[in-house]
Design a protein around this ligand. Structure first.
Ligand code: F0G
Length: 452
């Protein structure tokens, strides 16, 4: 059999409200050309993010009912903690309400002025949390990552020489941790190889620096390692996951991705003293250490989700269904970041509308076009998200089509392909945009635009 089917049946459905193109024109204008400001009921296929948008399984929903809601020492906490320890090997496990809460706790403790945090590529909130602490966030992707057409199998890898140069230049004591984001979200959902993770570890050992994973999509990364890295094909994906975590001194995780839950996060630490400091800060701002700002039912859903994400049938379906969308777009002449990523397909907006200069946000123009044509909500990852006063222009202008886990079927994706093709055929009519209102940080969430 060639077709990889969804390894699940659908038990509960949620209706999609159909809209017309002229209705969507008005909705978009009303939302000031920022799709974050559109009501979800006005979206047909929501590819804004794969974060917190996955469908939970019957076992997860059973866990929600079974959960222990005790303030301290709830059974649900221990099920969550034991599952995370079993998968990652970490003994110190703190629950948080989502990834950025783990980041905020960690960088409040290890960040600060004069500090520099290297990463293969910071995602938006991670960069913002590093900078909020006063530290500098530096991206060190390999050169291949900047070329959408380059099909390097591990385009998420960190540039090891650049890492070593940076540590020497600023001095090891200025680097509180070296981060590796698996998979690399801002650069195309591209994986990091075990070989690269081991090389980062060696540099960290040489300069006695801790290594941290931003492990939101650890299972997808491990699947790519199994499929692409020499000598890994016959290994259990759990063994690969364990090796990835064994290399690290800590990890921040948003469980809204590979935890397949609607809310939740994790902070993993090896250092005893840092764990105690993080626990105290957690109690101060999030909640007691056995719930971390979540309900017992959220902990149950996470315990089960982190287990299900490691099922190889699921991972084969997950990575294949994302590639399916990417391959259809490529075949139709739409340039994407190649090879297809794990959780999303990234359209190269510069190639899509070469007539719109970076200052007029070509990615945002494509995002608006996709909403108009098909009611599809995507997100710009380019000059809107990472540009702005005092920031260097990003290497690529991308539009991310993120695939929620276990939510859409193949016909939904075929519809997305049709909408992309229709927009592509009328791409010369796309217009650039101007920002008329923006907040000082993370401007993409709330900025207002005007069409030129
Ligand atoms: N790190 C990475 C690599 C992420 O992709 C995200 C979130 C976070 C950290 C923060 O986690 O949202 O739970 O606070 N990414 C989402 C996205 C929002 O759309 O890619 P969070």
């Amino acid at each position: 059999m060639k077709t990889i089917i969804e390894p699940f049946k659908i038990k509960v459905v949620e209706p999609i409200r159909m809209t017309t193109r002229s209705e969507r024109d008005a909705i978009l204008r009303e939302a000031a050309y920022n799709v974050f400001l559109i009501h979800a009921r006005d979206v047909l296929i929501d590819l804004l993010t794969d974060s917190g948008t996955g469908a939970m399984s019957s076992e997860q929903w059973s866990g929600v009912m079974r959960a222990d809601e005790s303030y301290a020492g709830a059974e649900s906490f221990y099920r969550f903690k034991d599952r995370l320890t079993q998968i990652t090997g970490f003994k110190h496990v703190l629950p948080t309400h989502q990834g950025r809460a783990s980041e905020r706790l960690l960088f409040e403790l290890i960040g600060g002025r004069d500090k520099v945090v290297p990463n293969n590529a910071h995602f938006d909130t991670t960069r913002a949390n590093v900078e909020h602490s006063g530290a500098r966030a530096v991206d060190l992707p390999i050169a291949e990552a900047g070329d959408p057409r380059n099909r390097h199998p591990f385009k998420g890898n960190m540039d090891i020489d650049a890492l070593e140069r940076l540590i020497r230049e600023v001095g090891p004591e200025s680097v509180p941790a070296v981060f590796v984001t698996v998979t690399n979200n801002s650069g195309g959902g591209q994986p990091v190889s075990l070989e690269n993770l081991r090389a980062v570890r060696r540099v960290c050992d040489r300069y006695r620096r801790p290594m941290f994973l931003d492990a939101c999509r650890f299972a997808e990364n491990a699947w790519f390692i199994k499929m692409r890295e020499l000598g890994q094909r016959d290994r259990d994906v759990r063994a690969i996951v364990r090796e990835m975590f064994d290399l690290a001194d800590g990890a921040t995780i948003s469980a809204k991705k590979d935890g397949i839950v609607n809310i939740g996060g994790v902070l993993l630490l090896r250092d005893e003293e840092l764990f105690h400091r993080a626990s105290n800060l957690l109690i101060l701002t999030e909640g007691y250490v056995t719930y971390g700002g979540l309900a017992g039912r959220d902990l149950e859903a996470m315990a089960q989700g982190f287990e299900e994400v490691l099922h190889e049938d699921y991972l084969a379906y997950r990575i294949r269904s994302t590639a399916y969308l990417g391959e259809k777009l490529l075949a139709a002449g739409i340039q994407i970041v190649e090879p297809p990523g794990g959780h999303a397909i990234y359209v190269d907006a510069r190639a899509f509308c070469p007539h719109i200069p970076a200052e007029q946000y070509p990615g945002q123009a494509v995002v608006c076009g996709l909403y108009r044509v098909g009611g599809i909500r995507a997100v710009e990852i380019g000059s809107v998200m990472f540009g702005g006063p005092g920031r260097p222009p990003p290497k690529m202008e991308l539009v991310r089509l993120a695939i929620p886990r276990r939510v859409y079927t193949q016909s939904h994706i075929d519809y997305v392909v049709e909408a992309c093709l229709e927009l592509h055929s009328e791409r010369r009519s796309l217009r650039g945009l101007r920002i008329i209102e923006e907040p000082p940080v993370l401007r993409h969430f709330t900025a207002r635009f005007e069409e030129l």
